[in-house]
Design a binder for this molecule. Sequence first.
Ligand SMILES: [Zn+2]
Length: 328
Amino acid sequence: MGRGSERRKNIFDKFSTHLNDLRKEGKLVGIELKYENTYICPICLNQFSEADLVANSKNMLTLEDSPPDSLGGKKVALTCRDCNSRCGHDLDFHLQEAILELDSKEHLPHSSQKATITVDGIPIQGEVKVTETSMKITLSEKNNNPKVVQEHLKKVAPDIVATVEPRPSRVNPLKFDVSLLKSAYILAFAKFGYNLFLNPCYDIVREQLKNPETRIYPEGFWTKQRFAEEHEGVYFILDEGFQAIFIILPVKTKSTTRRFGVALPMPNVPIEEVVSKLKEQEAGFSLKLDNMGGGDIDYLTNKEAINKMNEWISKIGKDVTTANEPDV
Ligand SMILES: [Zn+2]
């Protein structure tokens, strides 16, 4: 077994055991598991068996990175190949590109940017590369007429100012958002598993991931405040009316690490309301965050922790007076 298939098998085993535990405890309401060992793709919710770990399966289970591999991601879950190709590389390009554009806009070491460099009215195509100690402009051989390059170089002199116009952004803001949403959703799914993520309140996230061309999930669901490295992880926002999952997601390049805060829904609290409240608070909001025991508690296997969490979740978003009334 190669490392990739071993990793996939381990993830499959962990989550299918977790599903079987939930079934035994009667916590899978309205869901019939098709196989002795079942994996449910967190994006399309289709069921898969161990046979779908094999490459000749019709819709194979593939490793899913959060964030994308190129941004320092970790392989934390499986998604089916259909989902992986529908909201995979094309989508993640926009997250990666946006981050690299930020690096070069901030002239961070190891960043580079394609640009038009104009000297004395003669524009040529090139690349601006930033190192620890300098900034270098490289002229592209294939994108320039050699004669124009000669003309351009003749004009370069110590007292001549060159203007550098970065290539227009190739980032589609919606696809950037959807890629970030996917990374946060996959990371939170890896932590809390099916106990939380089969809840219909996550349908809005799944619909957005399945339809990256149309905005479905409310705009403004992420914030780019400065978070410290020790704050990376998955949290619950406890404040009344703000109850949501809050993921502090690290995104790494050769130049730096940025951390995004991403809000995902909780049952019974409409995410649209939470996002609009978060937007109002934008400048330096402070919220009560709970990391649910950090990495010390395994929410796929620790029954006591799962029950405690479920109890808390069942109370949120409901008026206390009605929540205490018996069901009629
Ligand atoms: Zn799927």
